[in-house]
Design a protein around this ligand. Sequence first.
Ligand SMILES: NC(=O)C1=CN([C@@H]2O[C@H](COP(=O)(O)OP(=O)(O)OC[C@H]3O[C@@H](n4cnc5c(N)ncnc54)[C@H](O)[C@@H]3O)[C@@H](O)[C@H]2O)C=CC1
Ligand SMILES: CCCCC/C=C\C=C\C(=O)C/C=C\C/C=C\CCCC(=O)O
Length: 256
Amino acid sequence: MALTGKSAVVTGAALGIGKGLSEVLLQNGAKVALLDVKESAGQSLVESLNQQHGTGSALFLKCDVESEEQLKAAFQKATETFGGIDILCNNAGIMNEATWEKAVSINLMGVIRATYIALEHMSKLNGGKGGVIVQTASLAGLGPFPSCPVYTATKSGVVGFTRAMAAASAVSGYGIRFNALCPTFVQTEMITNIPARLGQFSHLNEVAEQLKEKLGVLSVSDVAESLLELVTDETKNGEALMILTKGKAYMQFPSP
Ligand SMILES: NC(=O)C1=CN([C@@H]2O[C@H](COP(=O)(O)OP(=O)(O)OC[C@H]3O[C@@H](n4cnc5c(N)ncnc54)[C@H](O)[C@@H]3O)[C@@H](O)[C@H]2O)C=CC1
Ligand SMILES: CCCCC/C=C\C=C\C(=O)C/C=C\C/C=C\CCCC(=O)O
C-alpha cells in the first residue's frame, strides 16, 4: 500500500513511539489523526507537524482509549475530515503493575475497542475501503517479562487478538490486514521511573535493568521504520515483527 493520499489514525500519538509513527506516516504522504489524552502535548505537536507537512495534514483529537464514546467520536471526526480511514495504529499503552486493571483496560481492551470501531469505518463489508491495522505490542507479547506479568499478559493478548483478527478478516472479506510490532525496549518516557510502577514486583527492578542491559534499547525511529514495512507490504497479514537492536525478524509461530 502506497501512503500518498491515505489517512491514518494513531492512538497514544502525543509522545514517544506514537509520535514517531505519526511522523513517519506524514513523511510518506499520509494524513494523520493523532489521538491522545495529553491535550497540550498533542496540540503543539500537531501545530508543528502541520507547519512541516502542510496545513490540514495532521489533526489532534483528545481521546482516551478507555472510552468507547470518545473513540467513536474521534473516528467519526477523522472520517469526516479525511474522507475515510485506511490505517489504524493501536499504540496507546502503559506499564503499571500497581494499577494493573487500568493496564488491561488500555493495553488490551483499548486495542479491541478501537479495532471494532475502526471496522465500522474501514471494513469493506461496511462500505469502507479496507486497509491495515498495526498494533504496537512488544517483545513482552512473545516472551515473558518477569518484572511485569500483567504488561506481558496484555501484550500477549494483543498478539493473539491480532493473529485471530487477521484470520477472521481473510475469511470474512474485511479487506483489512492486521499486524503487530514487537519491539524490545525503546527510549521513551515509558522506560523511566520504573520501580514505582512495578507494584508488588518492585523487588524485580534489577531483573528489568539486567534485561534492558542484555537486550539494549531501540530508538523510536527504529520502530517507525518497521511500521512502514507492515503498512506497505500487502503480503503481511497476521504477522508479529520482532524489532531488536541486532535487527528485525518475523516471529515463527508453531502450526496447530
Ligand atoms: N518504550 C518501550 O520500551 C516499549 C513500548 N512499547 C509499547 O509502545 C506503546 C507506546 O509506548 P511509549 O511511546 O514507549 O510510551 P509513552 O509513555 O512514551 O507514550 C505513551 C502515549 O500514550 C498515551 N496514552 C496513555 N494512556 C492513554 C489512553 N488511555 N488513551 C490515549 N492515549 C493514552 C500517553 O499520553 C502517551 O502520549 C505502548 O503500547 C507500549 O506498551 C512496546 C515495546 C517497548
Ligand atoms: C529497566 C527498564 C524497565 C522498563 C520497563 C518498562 C516498559 C517496558 C516495555 C516493554 O515493552 C519492554 C519490551 C521488551 C522486554 C520484555 C520482554 C522480553 C522477553 C524476552 C524473552 O525472554 O523472550
